[in-house]
Ligand binder design. Structure first.
Ligand code: MN
Length: 192
């Protein structure tokens, strides 16, 4: 059985970038629903004892959609709030190498997020050689299905920003940089 991850910060810790109300709905209602749905769907199936990553790589349909959304949100909610507000060290070197500069990386990432049509996620991932790539993933998709290692994500489903930003997706994405925990992103990059 999968459980709802605990947030590693208070419900109002991301304000004003993400309001307490958005966080309460996004984590407490949307993510909880994906968890409840997946737990019902996998009972008595081959997926019952698999890890979330395995389910995402092997399933389709409703099981894939709910497992993908849990994996995506777990990575999303655990990437906020820390002491390091910009990338440093190995990760900064890789960003400079693969995108030219941190500013250029942010511009390309925001563009990928604003031009993704409909619901989905924009991701920074590493390939098997440690090269960094930005991908747009529709709906519940996660870059692990392409053999990539996900590092950083922005959720562009309207439920992630509509209460705070209404239709201004670009403004929401731009403001998210203020709360990214780059220590955690670097840990994900260097940990395998
Ligand atoms: Mn979401």
């Amino acid at each position: 059985m999968f459980t709802l991850i605990q947030l590693p910060y208070a419900q109002d810790a991301l304000e004003p970038v993400i309001s307490r109300q958005t966080l309460e709905f996004h984590h407490g209602k949307h993510l909880q629903t994906y968890v409840d749905n997946l737990n019902k769907l996998i009972i008595g199936t081959e997926y019952e004892n698999m890890s979330l990553e395995e389910i995402v790589c092997k399933s389709q349909g409703g099981i894939f959609n709910n497992a993908g959304q849990i994996l995506n949100h777990n990575l999303y909610f655990t990437q906020f709030i820390g002491t390091q507000t910009t990338p440093q060290g190995t990760l900064l070197d890789a960003i400079n190498r693969d995108f030219g500069s941190f500013d250029n990386f942010k511009a390309e990432f925001e563009k990928a997020g604003t031009t993704l049509f409909g619901s989905g996620w924009v991701w920074l991932s590493a390939d098997k050689d440690g090269r960094l790539v930005i991908t747009q993933e529709p709906n519940a998709q996660n870059p692990i299905t392409k053999g990539l290692r996900p590092l950083l994500t922005m959720d562009v489903w309207e439920h992630a920003y509509y209460l705070d930003y209404q239709n201004r997706r670009a403004a929401h994405l731009q403001s998210l940089w203020q709360i990214i925990n780059w220590q955690e992103i670097e840990r994900r990059y260097t940990n395998s």
